[in-house]
Design a protein around this ligand. Structure first.
Ligand code: ZN
Length: 149
């Protein structure tokens, strides 16, 4: 009887102990790998609040910083593809919609000293211009149905 109790209680106790230790370790790890919610990266400091292309007053936006290697990929890659290369996209971005991006990006280093949020400038004319450019490019890329003969 005692032996059976040992066979049941010992693995159970070991499992519970492991779960507690593992859970604590995971929690500690997550704490270390989270950016600091009290820190803010202000990307508007030293930047004129008027868009250099549209000369309109830009609005300040507080956004969550996306961390990770190539964290801007999801935002930039479809546009790079449409433009036909990163350099071409950078050129058109600079000349037509420099302040269209409403997101902020960080690299893969996350620690308690990295900010969780950023303050950025977004120009509503730039956002509109980016949409226009994307539509133009998409229309040119997709094969047009021929009308008549
Ligand atoms: Zn603008």
């Amino acid at each position: 009887m005692k032996l059976i109790r040992l066979y049941v209680i010992a693995p159970l106790a070991a499992t519970v102990a492991f779960a507690v230790v593992y859970g604590y370790w995971q929690h500690e790890r997550q704490e270390q790998e989270s950016p600091n919610p009290r820190l803010v990266r202000d990307q508007t400091i030293g930047v004129n609040n008027a868009c250099p292309i549209h000369h309109a007053e830009m609005k300040k936006m507080t956004v969550t910083i996306r961390y990770g290697f190539n964290s801007d990929k999801a935002w930039v890659l479809p546009k790079v593809r449409i433009a036909g290369g990163l350099e071409k996209f950078q050129d058109v971005r600079k000349s037509r919609f420099p302040f269209a991006c409403d997101q902020a990006f960080g690299d893969c280093t996350i620690s308690p000293s990295t900010p969780a949020t950023a303050v950025i400038y977004v120009c509503s004319d730039c956002v509109r211009e980016l949409a226009v450019w994307q539509n133009e490019k998409m229309a040119n890329q997709s094969p047009q149905p021929t009308v008549g003969g």
